[in-house]
Design a protein around this ligand. Sequence first.
Ligand code: ATP
Ligand code: MG
Ligand code: MG
Ligand code: MG
Length: 456
Amino acid sequence: VFSCFTIRPASAGFSEVDNGMRLSRGFLPTLKENPAEAQVISHRLMLRAGLIRQTAAGIYAWLPAGWRVLQNIARIVREEQDAIGAQELLMPTVQSAELWKRSGRYDAYGPEMLRIQDRHERELLYGPTNEEMITDLFGQVVKSYRELPQVLYHIQWKFRDEVRPRFGVMRGREFLMKDAYSFDLDYASAVDSYRRMMLAYLRTFQRLGVRAIPMVADTGPIGGELSHEFLILAPTGESGVFFDGAFEEQDWLSDPVDIDDRESLDAFFTRMTSFYAATDEKHDEAAWADVPAERRREGRGIEVGHIFHFGRKYTESMDITVSGPDGAPLYPEMGSYGIGVSRLVAAIIEASHDDNGIIWPDSVAPFRAAILNLKTGDAACDAICEQVYAAAPESFLYDDRGERAGVKFADADLMGHPWQVIVGPRGAKEGKVELKRRADGARFELSVDDALARIL
Ligand code: ATP
Ligand code: MG
Ligand code: MG
Ligand code: MG
């Protein structure tokens, strides 16, 4: 069978392909000291754990461990989009100004838009979002109401020339977003699309190991109730939030919503919105007073997602129609749905860390476990470490450096791997390792096989 991932023979000067990482050779620069430029904990930890490096104001390179986390988040986002029938595509980062002139947003968008000129003096821009482009693509392809609904999405870099980029990737200028767009024949069907997406978001965030609470957001000049921001609770959040603690008890993954049934979607949405949740902008003291005192949660939140129904705003302004049941042209109803994929890396850290470093949720961790060889060069230690590593190289970061044990412990805690496999000479002689769970510090003395069974 032909495989495009052939392993290079050792004779060609490469070792066997090894998708895991040995720290002695890894591009994984950890820092002992707090970088002076970082004001919030997630930014500090991302720099210290070697996840990112700044290359220009608000622009970051993702180093191997950070890139793994970003891809893990993107994969979960993708799976939940696919699960509601959204179709993935990929639109370019650079867009033509013409497109934005058609909707009237080219001037309206203001200085957050990075405007570029090519050698022929044509106006281009680095996309801050994609409503115009997707509406135009939709119009080129979909001609009849029979082809509706359509939900399209991509995971792509955006650029917004933020006045004050800050807190690392939390408010970058270049950032990775999942943006989805729905097209429906009528309002009722657009509401179904919106509710399906809301469920997909709740499931996505739950799988990412964080609680993101949907809160009614401003719909601007369009009005209506169909705009929600999803916020993760963290002291460094930019918005004040008030919500019913009952929300945190919900398990959206096992919730039997039938996404093809309007009544089921309606029941889900009614239940979801029955819990009080509002940002300071929308906070209503009277409604808040009805929430039982012991369930009132108050704090600050980080916006990690935003879903929005805006009807015919773009289809009308760009004159994109489909032919309706009676042959007459109709403007489809649209919604757009964003998730801040790169912001989530920081937001997850804000919500999950301690004094020693990051505590990655299992689902997004760059490595399942670190293998800490406490005495490199000791035959028994080396053999056990290699045995563990070989069981699943892509899951492990093997700390094979000739460093002191204390340095290895500190770096593993800092980097936040869910598990640490600690291999010292005494245990190694008996074929035993110590397993440490990062989240609660629980320790277990186990055989290699039992340790592997716990981790993998
Ligand atoms: P904010 O209020 O934080 O400026 P926004 O409301 O302008 O965000 P949206 O247009 O709703 O952002 O974009 C969808 C998502 O993209 C946001 O919910 C957020 O998670 C993410 N996002 C927006 N701006 C940035 C940024 N500068 N850096 C990183 N992520 C961002
Ligand atoms: Mg903004
Ligand atoms: Mg916002
Ligand atoms: Mg928003």
